[in-house]
Design a binder for this molecule. Structure first.
Ligand code: B12
Ligand code: SF4
Ligand code: SF4
Length: 375
């Protein structure tokens, strides 16, 4: 067995799904495509993506001592149960367990130390995953971890699908780079047709301004009015363009307990319960070590209000109105008013009128009057 095969064996024994070796030459095509993506404003409010864009396709700028990159994928999939009811919102599969950044980095460190035992010397190596620094899908696509589907996600061979994370170890090992994997979507266009917001604007191009994943996770502002109904039941992230993909019909389940729903927030969050979280500290304690903490209390409660407006569970109006009366954040009060208006019944409208009578922000008053007219 040569060193590359030994490393692959170790990676698989740790529980990674697939491993390839990438060269570190800059990816010029991806650099230009990424530049165009930024120019089209598809990165929306993700300012961190706009800084030092060329670093993303030039790994040696990140880590000059590196001579190769070991790229791995790891399944995070666990089968979602039926929703327990209308007061629950759905969490994207990648976020149901513990924070993947910490889990994957720990597993990459394990890989590094086992490779060190094998070669009998310390290894120079840096672990990355989902760091803004590297264009992970570009390298994964170029060196055969899988192929880039029309939804932009990397789809592994042999029906291993796309419900997997990408992570990498930049090292000083001399290893032969792998070749591109020639998978294809063929004539399929299911993801783009199923996307609730038409965010897949071209094959292999997502406009984040429209993507529910962006709107509910990275977006720091309100969710645009016209997109709120399309968010549907997604309280955090979105899996529609993966669920419909023929390559994901029988996805391999995660091998790691950390990604199981029991380890983290789970597949569904109780939206009434979320509205009882009163401050950032309570929120941090509740979602410590979960990816769901990313949009902070303000973002997650905003999402909860949108899903409540879409699903309109019994008992919702009273709970939403009590929440809004005590809430200091004007953006959340406006989303609460919107959610109430979606009930389109007298009781909810009366509660909305009460909210309007105590609202202090002029822009919110205007928005609430508009909602009242619609309700
Ligand atoms: C910013 C970001 C987002 C943004 C933008 C997503 C996007 N598609 O651009 C938002 C917030 C919307 C997002 C959402 C999600 N994300 Co995200 N995200 C990232 C991040 C940080 C950068 C991605 C990026 O650079 N986008 C810019 C565009 C230009 O690049 P791209 O789409 O990656 O590149 C594609 C094009 O260049 C295209 N391409 C290649 N050749 C050609 C040729 C032609 C002719 C054309 C037209 C295109 C084309 O293929 C490339 C690969 O798909 C990466 C981590 C990283 N460091 O790379 C994770 C990452 C892509 N996300 C990931 C995940 C899991 C998700 C979600 C599934 C989470 C969820 N369930 O809510 C969704 C999926 C939504 C979707 N359909 O993309 C995983 C994907 C794993 C995989 N198997 O592919 C990554 C790799 C994180 C990780 N380490 O695992 N994400
Ligand atoms: S994650 Fe959802 S909103 Fe984003 S591209 Fe996929 S289906 Fe569309
Ligand atoms: S749904 Fe179809 S078009 Fe979209 S990524 Fe999967 S195979 Fe490709």
């Amino acid at each position: 067995m040569n060193l590359k095969e030994q490393i692959a064996d170790i990676a698989l024994s740790i529980g990674f799904q697939r491993i390839v070796v990438a060269g570190l030459q800059p990816l010029e095509d991806e650099r230009l495509r990424y530049q165009k993506w930024l120019q089209n404003d598809y990165a929306a409010g993700m300012e961190y993506l706009k800084r030092n864009p060329d670093f993303r396709t030039t790994p040696q700028l990140l880590y000059p001592q590196a001579t190769s990159a070991i790229i791995v994928s790891a399944s995070y999939y666990s089968h979602p149960p039926e929703s327990p009811g209308l007061q629950f919102g759905q969490v994207a599969n990648y976020a149901v367990g513990l924070d993947y950044h910490a889990v994957l980095r720990a597993r990459l460190r394990e890989l590094k130390s086992k490779v060190e035992q094998t070669i009998g010397r310390p290894l120079l190596g840096k672990a990355y995953t989902d760091d803004v620094a590297l264009h992970e899908q570009g390298f994964a696509n170029h060196y055969g971890l899988g192929f880039a589907g029309k939804n932009t996600l990397i789809i592994g061979p042999k029906l291993s699908g796309s419900y997997n994370f990408i992570a990498e170890l930049l090292t000083d090992l001399e290893l032969d780079a792998d070749e591109k994997y020639n998978g294809t979507c063929g004539a399929c266009f299911r993801c783009a047709s199923a996307c609730p917001t038409n965010a897949i604007v071209d094959a292999r191009t997502v406009d984040a301004r429209l993507c529910i994943s962006y709107l509910t996770i990275e977006n720091k502002n309100g969710i645009p009015l016209e997109l709120r109904p399309k968010v549907g039941s997604w309280v955090f992230g979105c899996d529609v363009c993966q669920d419909v993909c023929p390559y994901n019909q029988r996805p391999p389940e995660t091998k790691w307990v950390e990604f199981q729903p029991e380890s983290g927030a789970g597949h569904h969050l109780d939206l009434f319960d979320l509205l009882t979280i009163q401050n950032d500290e309570q929120f941090r304690t509740r979602f410590l070590s979960s990816p769901v903490r990313r949009p902070k209390r303000r973002g997650l409660l905003r999402n909860a209000l949108v899903v409540l407006g879409n699903q309109r569970p019994d008992g919702g109006p009273q709970i939403i109105a009590s929440f809004a009366k005590a809430e200091a954040d004007p953006m959340l009060r406006e989303h609460a008013a919107w959610a109430l208006a979606q009930y389109r019944d007298k009781k909810a409208s009366a509660l909305l009128e009460q909210l309007l009578s105590i609202e202090t922000e002029t822009t919110n008053q205007e928005a609430m009057r508009f909602q009242l007219e619609q309700s």
